[in-house]
Design a protein around this ligand. Structure first.
Ligand code: CAO
Length: 549
């Protein structure tokens, strides 16, 4: 068997190009032209094909390595060689791949008429030499008419079978026309765009000089196939100090192809490759996650789809940071809040309850509360009033059925209470609140809050709620808009009670006013329903004798 060392071919002078993907593994039997590696510079990615077929017996590269022309890629046991070739077996031959590894990409040259004085001239920007006569596809158009571009800003991304490449603006200027659309097949010399480019007498004069001597800021006239102005013009990988496309969804040809096959929007895929490059593995992980989420019902297809992701930011660029692991509860909260926020059209209504008498009564019960060993806070009163309102206005005691045809009317009154714990937000549920006394509720809410803070709630303790109360009354604030705890359809936010002047018809009197908000799911509840529910609840708190009726 003959073994050959496969080397990195001519990269057009580019050096230290990143390995984005290694497409083969030791033991693989490969064919000539099969992709071995995907390499990427700032401006282009390209696949390095096998110069011949055979079996990979050793690999010299890993993802993330930087390679230059002549770097060793792998050892290939050549296909079809007989054992009689054992002469060559001992001396491992280093061969240059026969096929050109990448298609060449030259800087686009602006075709223009030389101008005699300072002026803005409209100039065509052609597709540079993309190598070969095959058409290449436009996979991204990065500009639109009216865009002001800096020299080097990306105009379009082209992709052939083997490489994707960004075509940069050859000079600063304004886009006057865009001549290509995504999906177009183009050849060297086709016009990408027309740009209004400022030219000066000096640059115009220089423009008539040989291209290699023309100054950088102004575009040099050159035939579209000719090498462009700077040192990278005839390289196969455009200059690495040009800015690359710095957007989510930047991926090599292999990854783009896979994304297209699977219908994946690359901007949604979290990238793990060098310089935020989306790899094929990232796409597979994304698809796997989406399928799992849909199948487990965690992310109904209708929720979140089409919502652009929040871009990842490297905060360390701005100062010292520390990565803190999210607790399990915090992660569940992330999911629940996103789900409710995205699915539920929220409306929030505000009101103040006059709890002057309630507070007088509560304080008068302090001694008895101590004897009973419980603390009588406003919460049990709020629970009781909410339960009464849920019974009076059953439109609040429902959940929408997933079939889109029904709502589930609940005949029980279980109320959740948001508890702030060291591990995060938890919502234990107090059952049959309508049937319990204030003392029972005081005791049960205290037990549940203690259990939540100790991390001892069982799943059952947090299930079955019809409505939630979130009280920040002990902390402060004038009001907040709580997020409905779906599949419940309403939630009450309680803020801090304060003495305020209230007009009683003849004078202002000091009253203890409790700011309340009710957020509701407008799919299930109408504004008038909420008006009735909330007015009744506030009336109960303002005159707690009514709770007895
Ligand atoms: N206005 C003024 N004072 C209030 C009040 C209000 N609305 N609500 C409670 N208080 C007072 C209480 O009367 C008590 O005072 P005293 O000790 O003088 O009687 C004090 O504040 C402390 O109350 P508490 O917090 O111990 O008890 P609570 O029954 O009011 O609340 C609980 C229990 C579990 C709801 C609460 O401790 C809690 O965790 N709240 C946070 C909920 C939360 O995080 N919500 C946000 C969710 S969305 O992010």
């Amino acid at each position: 068997m003959t073994t050959e060392t496969i080397l990195v071919p001519d990269l057009g002078g580019a050096e230290n190009v990143d390995v984005i993907e290694v497409c083969v593994a030791v033991g693989d039997t490969i064919e000539a032209e099969q992709s071995l590696l995907v390499l990427e510079s700032d401006k282009a990615s390209m696949e390095v094909p096998a110069p011949k077929g055979g079996k990979v017996v050793a690999l010299h590269v890993n993802e993330g390595d930087s390679l230059s022309e002549g770097s060793k890629i792998l050892e290939l046991e050549l296909a079809g060689e007989s054992d009689g070739d054992s002469d060559a077996e001992s001396s491992v031959a280093a061969v240059q791949p026969e096929a050109p590894a990448v298609e060449s990409v030259a800087e686009p040259a602006v075709q223009s008429e030389p101008v005699a004085a300072a002026a803005v001239s409209e100039q065509e920007v052609p597709v540079p030499d993309v190598g070969g006569s095959d058409a290449v596809e436009v996979i991204e158009v990065c500009v639109q008419v009216g865009d002001e571009l800096a020299e080097g800003d990306s105009l379009v991304v082209l992709e052939s079978d083997k490489a994707s490449m960004e075509i940069p603006a050859p000079a600063a200027g304004k886009v006057v026309a865009v001549k290509l659309s995504e999906g177009d097949k183009v050849h060297t010399g086709d016009v990408i765009a027309i740009m209004a480019v400022e030219t000066s007498a000096a640059s115009a004069a220089a423009a008539s000089e040989p291209a290699s001597e023309s100054p950088a800021p102004a575009p040099a006239p050159a035939p579209s196939h000719a090498p462009a102005v700077d040192a990278v013009s005839d390289t196969q990988i455009p200059d690495s100090d040009m800015p690359g496309i710095d957007v989510a969804g930047h991926a090599g040809p292999a990854a783009r192809k896979l994304a297209r096959q699977l219908g994946v929007d690359l901007t949604k895929v979290v990238s793990s490759g060098p310089r935020s490059r989306v790899t094929r593995e990232d796409i597979r992980n994304y698809v796997q996650k989406v399928v799992q989420q849909v199948e487990s019902g965690k992310t109904p297809v209708a929720s979140g789809s089409g919502i652009p992701p929040i871009p990842e930011v490297d905060f360390a660029k701005f100062g010292e940071v520390e990565m803190v692991k999210l607790s399990k509860i915090a992660k569940v909260t992330v999911q629940n809040m996103s789900r409710s926020w995205l699915n539920v059209p929220h409306v929030t209504q505000f009101d103040d309850a006059d709890i002057t008498e309630l507070e007088d009564f509560r304080k008068s019960m302090k001694a008895e509360a101590e004897q009973r060993g419980v603390k009588l806070t406003p919460l049990p009163f709020l629970m009781k009033a909410a339960a009464a309102a849920l019974v009076k206005e059953p439109s609040f005691n429902v959940s929408l059925h997933a079939d889109g045809e029904h709502k589930v009317q609940k005949k029980y009154v279980h109320i959740g209470m948001a508890v702030d714990t060291p591990n995060g937000l938890m919502v234990p549920v107090i059952r049959n609140v309508d049937q319990k006394s204030l003392w029972q509720l005081a005791e049960e809410t205290a037990v549940m809050a203690a259990k939540a803070r100790a991390g001892k709630l069982m799943p059952n303790d947090m299930q079955g709620g019809c409505f939630t109360i979130s009280s920040l009354g002990a902390i402060g604030g004038n009001g907040f808009t709580p997020i409905v705890n779906a599949p419940e359809v309403a939630i009450m936010g309680v803020s801090k009670a304060q003495i305020k002047p209230v007009w009683n018809g003849s004078e202002f009197v000091p009253r203890q006013m409790l700011p309340l908000t009710v957020s509701y799911d407008h799919r299930a509840i109408n504004g008038a329903d909420c008006g009735r529910f909330f007015t009744y609840l506030v009336a109960m708190l303002s005159d707690i004798r009514k709770l007895l009726l």
